[in-house]
Design a protein around this ligand. Structure first.
Ligand code: SF4
Ligand code: SF4
Length: 176
């Protein structure tokens, strides 16, 4: 495997420049019903090489849904009530008002402190499974276009996609 790119400015620069190529790659995989397992294996390897505490981009750029059970878990962790957690740290999801999401600001999630999560052991499932490349049941080719967006923000996604292009023999100018 070539060297893993972990510099966030480089990931943003190259990932942004390759946005269309990455959308094409997603269609290429979808058209060929590419298997998920090889991608998950290589993504797991890349996860081991990336220090998330040097990044935290997902905590700055994600909308995090939080269930009632997860609010209970956060309340227990913070030794407060679920009602306080809901009121202080969550808000209705503008796209799905029946669902609640963690509050955030332009600096990121309400629970982000520097690059660290203040409720790490009680963080919601969406955070634990991010960037959803090594676990999950969705096929890579069928993933939403957000995968291309995250390729410019998340070093794990960026490197996993680049490596998978080599593995599948994808050529940037090949028609999906
Ligand atoms: S999962 Fe990706 S975006 Fe989140 S901290 Fe780790 S490398 Fe950064
Ligand atoms: S709860 Fe923690 S892991 Fe999840 S987005 Fe907020 S700071 Fe990041």
């Amino acid at each position: 495997m070539a060297g893993v790119v972990t510099d966030l400015a480089e990931v943003l620069r190259i990932g942004t420049a390759k946005a269309q190529e990455n959308r094409d790659f997603r269609r290429y995989l979808s058209a060929r019903h590419a298997r998920e397992t090889p991608f998950q294996i290589l993504a797991s390897g890349i996860e081991q090489q990336v220090d998330c505490t040097s990044c935290a981009n997902c905590c700055r750029h994600s909308v995090v849904p939080v269930s009632a059970e997860e609010m209970d878990a956060i309340a227990r962790y913070l030794e407060t009530t679920p009602e306080s957690v809901a009121r202080l740290y969550t808000a209705p999801d503008p796209d799905t008002p029946s669902r609640r999401i963690l509050r955030s600001s332009p600096e990121g999630c309400v629970f982000l402190d520097g690059n660290l999560c203040m409720i790490y052991d009680a963080r919601p499932k969406a955070c634990r499974e991010f960037p959803h490349v090594a676990v999950g049941s969705h096929t890579l080719g069928g993933r939403p276009a957000s995968l291309a967006r995250w390729a410019a923000l998340c070093p794990i996604v960026f490197n996993a996609i680049e490596e998978y292009k080599h593995l599948t023999g994808f050529h940037p100018h090949e028609k999906p």
